[in-house]
Ligand binder design. Sequence first.
Ligand code: C5P
Ligand code: MG
Length: 160
Amino acid sequence: MSEYRTGQGWDTHRLEAGRALVLGGVRIPSDFGLAGHSDADVLAHAITDALLGAAALGDIGMHFPDTDPRWKDADSLVFLRHALALVREAGYEVVHVDSTVILERPKLKDFRQAIREKLAETLGLEVSSVSVKFKTAERLGPVGEGRSAEAQAVATIRKR
Ligand code: C5P
Ligand code: MG
Protein backbone atom coordinates (compact mmCIF):
# COMPACT_ATOMS: atom_id res chain seq x y z
CA MET A 1 0.00 0.00 0.00
CA SER A 2 1.37 3.42 -0.89
CA GLU A 3 2.08 5.88 1.85
CA TYR A 4 1.61 9.56 1.11
CA ARG A 5 3.18 12.38 3.10
CA THR A 6 3.09 16.16 2.74
CA GLY A 7 5.62 18.84 3.61
CA GLN A 8 5.30 22.59 3.97
CA GLY A 9 7.93 25.25 3.27
CA TRP A 10 8.14 29.00 3.71
CA ASP A 11 10.86 31.55 2.99
CA THR A 12 11.40 35.28 2.78
CA HIS A 13 14.14 37.51 1.37
CA ARG A 14 14.75 41.26 1.28
CA LEU A 15 14.59 43.10 -2.02
CA GLU A 16 17.69 44.97 -3.08
CA ALA A 17 18.41 47.24 -6.03
CA GLY A 18 20.78 45.82 -8.61
CA ARG A 19 20.40 42.18 -7.50
CA ALA A 20 19.07 39.52 -9.88
CA LEU A 21 15.46 38.43 -9.38
CA VAL A 22 15.50 34.63 -9.69
CA LEU A 23 12.33 32.66 -8.97
CA GLY A 24 12.18 28.90 -9.45
CA GLY A 25 15.47 29.10 -11.34
CA VAL A 26 14.09 31.62 -13.84
CA ARG A 27 15.64 35.08 -14.14
CA ILE A 28 12.86 37.71 -14.13
CA PRO A 29 13.61 41.10 -15.73
CA SER A 30 13.61 43.64 -12.89
CA ASP A 31 15.73 46.54 -11.61
CA PHE A 32 15.80 44.93 -8.15
CA GLY A 33 16.16 41.39 -6.91
CA LEU A 34 16.38 39.26 -3.79
CA ALA A 35 19.23 39.70 -1.31
CA GLY A 36 20.90 36.66 0.26
CA HIS A 37 23.97 34.49 0.54
CA SER A 38 22.94 32.28 -2.39
CA ASP A 39 21.03 33.58 -5.42
CA ALA A 40 18.20 34.06 -2.87
CA ASP A 41 15.63 32.19 -4.97
CA VAL A 42 12.87 32.40 -2.39
CA LEU A 43 10.61 30.00 -4.34
CA ALA A 44 13.29 27.31 -4.73
CA HIS A 45 14.06 27.64 -1.01
CA ALA A 46 10.42 27.20 0.02
CA ILE A 47 10.04 24.13 -2.22
CA THR A 48 13.33 22.69 -0.91
CA ASP A 49 12.00 22.99 2.66
CA ALA A 50 8.66 21.45 1.63
CA LEU A 51 10.47 18.40 0.19
CA LEU A 52 12.71 18.08 3.26
CA GLY A 53 9.65 18.51 5.49
CA ALA A 54 7.68 15.80 3.72
CA ALA A 55 10.45 13.29 4.45
CA ALA A 56 11.20 14.80 7.91
CA LEU A 57 14.81 15.45 6.89
CA GLY A 58 15.33 18.78 8.63
CA ASP A 59 15.53 22.11 6.83
CA ILE A 60 17.51 23.89 4.13
CA GLY A 61 19.85 25.67 6.56
CA MET A 62 20.83 22.35 8.12
CA HIS A 63 21.97 20.99 4.74
CA PHE A 64 23.26 24.29 3.27
CA PRO A 65 24.44 26.67 6.04
CA ASP A 66 24.50 30.28 4.81
CA THR A 67 27.90 30.67 6.49
CA ASP A 68 29.44 28.13 4.06
CA PRO A 69 31.42 29.91 1.30
CA ARG A 70 30.50 27.06 -1.10
CA TRP A 71 26.91 28.41 -1.21
CA LYS A 72 27.85 32.06 -1.85
CA ASP A 73 25.76 33.18 -4.86
CA ALA A 74 24.85 29.50 -5.40
CA ASP A 75 22.19 28.47 -7.91
CA SER A 76 19.39 27.42 -5.54
CA LEU A 77 18.32 24.65 -7.91
CA VAL A 78 21.38 22.84 -6.50
CA PHE A 79 19.61 22.85 -3.10
CA LEU A 80 16.40 21.62 -4.70
CA ARG A 81 18.18 18.77 -6.52
CA HIS A 82 19.95 17.77 -3.31
CA ALA A 83 16.68 17.72 -1.36
CA LEU A 84 15.15 15.59 -4.12
CA ALA A 85 18.06 13.12 -3.89
CA LEU A 86 17.64 12.90 -0.09
CA VAL A 87 13.90 12.28 -0.45
CA ARG A 88 14.60 9.50 -2.96
CA GLU A 89 17.29 7.98 -0.72
CA ALA A 90 14.70 7.89 2.07
CA GLY A 91 12.54 5.73 -0.20
CA TYR A 92 10.05 8.29 -1.52
CA GLU A 93 9.18 9.83 -4.87
CA VAL A 94 7.79 13.33 -5.35
CA VAL A 95 4.21 13.39 -6.61
CA HIS A 96 3.20 17.04 -6.68
CA VAL A 97 4.28 20.53 -5.65
CA ASP A 98 2.04 23.56 -5.07
CA SER A 99 3.50 26.97 -4.32
CA THR A 100 2.78 30.68 -3.92
CA VAL A 101 5.13 33.65 -4.39
CA ILE A 102 4.04 36.85 -2.65
CA LEU A 103 5.65 39.86 -4.31
CA GLU A 104 4.18 43.30 -4.94
CA ARG A 105 5.86 43.82 -8.29
CA PRO A 106 6.84 43.08 -11.02
CA LYS A 107 3.92 41.10 -12.43
CA LEU A 108 4.97 37.48 -12.60
CA LYS A 109 2.11 35.75 -14.40
CA ASP A 110 3.82 35.86 -17.80
CA PHE A 111 6.66 33.80 -16.28
CA ARG A 112 4.43 31.14 -14.70
CA GLN A 113 4.91 28.61 -17.49
CA ALA A 114 8.69 29.06 -17.66
CA ILE A 115 8.98 28.66 -13.87
CA ARG A 116 6.74 25.56 -13.86
CA GLU A 117 8.79 24.02 -16.66
CA LYS A 118 12.10 24.72 -14.93
CA LEU A 119 10.86 23.31 -11.60
CA ALA A 120 9.28 20.26 -13.29
CA GLU A 121 12.52 19.52 -15.13
CA THR A 122 14.53 19.90 -11.91
CA LEU A 123 12.17 17.66 -9.91
CA GLY A 124 11.56 15.04 -12.61
CA LEU A 125 7.84 15.85 -12.65
CA GLU A 126 5.27 16.56 -15.36
CA VAL A 127 4.53 20.29 -15.66
CA SER A 128 0.93 19.43 -14.73
CA SER A 129 2.22 18.31 -11.30
CA VAL A 130 3.91 21.65 -10.53
CA SER A 131 1.69 24.55 -9.49
CA VAL A 132 3.01 28.11 -9.11
CA LYS A 133 0.75 30.92 -7.90
CA PHE A 134 1.41 34.62 -7.40
CA LYS A 135 -0.06 37.14 -4.98
CA THR A 136 0.53 40.72 -4.02
CA ALA A 137 0.31 41.65 -0.33
CA GLU A 138 -2.21 44.41 -1.12
CA ARG A 139 0.43 47.06 -0.22
CA LEU A 140 0.41 45.80 3.41
CA GLY A 141 3.47 44.94 5.51
CA PRO A 142 7.06 44.58 4.29
CA VAL A 143 6.05 42.61 1.19
CA GLY A 144 3.32 45.10 0.34
CA GLU A 145 5.73 48.00 0.85
CA GLY A 146 8.08 46.43 -1.70
CA ARG A 147 10.81 45.64 0.83
CA SER A 148 10.65 41.84 0.64
CA ALA A 149 9.24 38.76 -1.06
CA GLU A 150 7.85 35.57 0.44
CA ALA A 151 7.16 32.10 -0.89
CA GLN A 152 5.16 29.18 0.43
CA ALA A 153 5.13 25.60 -0.84
CA VAL A 154 3.49 22.25 -0.19
CA ALA A 155 5.04 19.03 -1.49
CA THR A 156 3.40 15.61 -1.69
CA ILE A 157 5.59 12.51 -1.70
CA ARG A 158 4.76 8.80 -1.97
CA LYS A 159 6.60 5.73 -0.62
CA ARG A 160 8.22 3.84 -3.51
O1 C5P B 1 -2.62 39.72 -5.07
P1 C5P B 1 -3.71 39.77 -6.07
O2 C5P B 1 -4.87 38.89 -5.66
O3 C5P B 1 -4.13 41.17 -6.37
O4 C5P B 1 -3.15 39.17 -7.44
C1 C5P B 1 -3.97 39.16 -8.56
C2 C5P B 1 -3.32 38.33 -9.67
O5 C5P B 1 -2.14 38.97 -10.13
C3 C5P B 1 -2.90 36.95 -9.22
O6 C5P B 1 -3.85 36.02 -9.63
C4 C5P B 1 -1.56 36.70 -9.88
O7 C5P B 1 -1.66 35.75 -10.92
C5 C5P B 1 -1.14 38.03 -10.45
N1 C5P B 1 0.13 38.48 -9.85
C6 C5P B 1 1.26 38.53 -10.64
N2 C5P B 1 2.43 38.98 -10.13
C7 C5P B 1 2.52 39.38 -8.86
C8 C5P B 1 1.38 39.32 -8.03
C9 C5P B 1 0.19 38.87 -8.56
O8 C5P B 1 1.23 38.17 -11.82
N3 C5P B 1 3.69 39.86 -8.41
MG1 MG C 1 16.00 31.60 1.34
